[in-house]
Design a protein around this ligand. Sequence first.
Ligand code: PMP
Ligand code: GLU
Length: 397
Amino acid sequence: MRYSTNIEKLHPSATIAMSTLAKRLAEEGRDIINLSAGEPDFDTPVFIADAAVKGIRDGQTKYTPPPGLTPLRKAIAARLSQRAGRTLDWKGVVVTAGAKQALFNATFCLFGPGDEVVVASPYWTSYPDLVNIARATPVCVFGDESRGFKLTPAALESAATSRTRGLILNTPSNPTGAVYTLEELTAIAEWARDRGVWILCDEIYRNIYYGDDRAAAPGLLDVPVDSLGDFVLVDGASKSYAMTGWRVGFSYCAPEVAAKFGDLQSQITSNTSTPSQVAALEAFGNVSAAEASVAEMAAAFRRRRDLVTRRMDELMPGITYIEPQGAFYLYFRVDQLFDGDVKDSTAWCSRLLEQTGVALVPGGAFGDERWARMSFAASEEAIEEALRRMAPLVNGD
Ligand code: PMP
Ligand code: GLU
């Protein structure tokens, strides 16, 4: 079949492919522990689900404006303004079908043929593909492993060319769990401002943060305004409120640019599902209930982070991993376990799945075949059992 050059470089999402395979094997009766999926295992909080059901019964089932229900955009802007300590224009908010569509809108509207977009690596699997769909060129740049691969202005400067138009950052990071400090983010923002480079900052894991001094991870809106050039902030309801299937994300940027994103949506999806927007209005608008459920889920993730790192140290002391400061992934090296048959992380993860039933995502999905990613968005029993099954394969027992 001959397809358009638009999708010449398209790959299906590797993370979704892996979790789909694990779910299928489980349905076929295999004893699978699925630590591939990057989605909270909690149910959507009841107060949010109830608001959607009421909305449907009350007839909130028609089209909305393409950039979203105005009260929802205002509620999101109010939350962002509170965090930024300044009033942000609600017309800068565009509600999208998941954070993924916000990233698509931004890459497609801002970049095109001839443009280079630096992708902080290891990267969440969809970023290079989204840049390719826009027919721009992704340039994957890795920071030092000793710093959790975080980038610095020096690393960015050595990768930049006269064609560099954008930088995609993710903090807290999927897959590493690394979190940029405010100082690090500010330095990067100033570099991008001075270079005239757009920052697309994906802060979808902002509320899942293990730092001690504050509830949420530092983000772009904490950076002093003078240090910020052009940017698009991406976030959503999927991770903070356990709403992956509802498909609600958003972007915040200059209203003029947001209007373009709305125009694009008006030709593609019209609007995010209306009942999902009604649910999100409760999630972003009912601040006290939302904060209580975020705090409860973040505490559970912290217990799991502590469990997974403690048990890795006890059961597989030879494994190097990045201590997660946020998100819910453990990124660890597997290249010392390769042999004649297993020469990369994809083969190693396949062997692990075959022999133990534990499903992970190979590092190739994030740009480095020497690593693997374990999601700890699973019960403590499942995590404990998965590590117990993995240990003999890792230790060669
Ligand atoms: N960004 C990152 C870093 C993610 O891990 C995910 C995972 N789904 C997304 C964006 C997409 O989120 P959504 O489900 O809201 O589209
Ligand atoms: N973000 C999740 C992950 O990395 C969900 C899958 C996806 O959207 O790619 O596993």
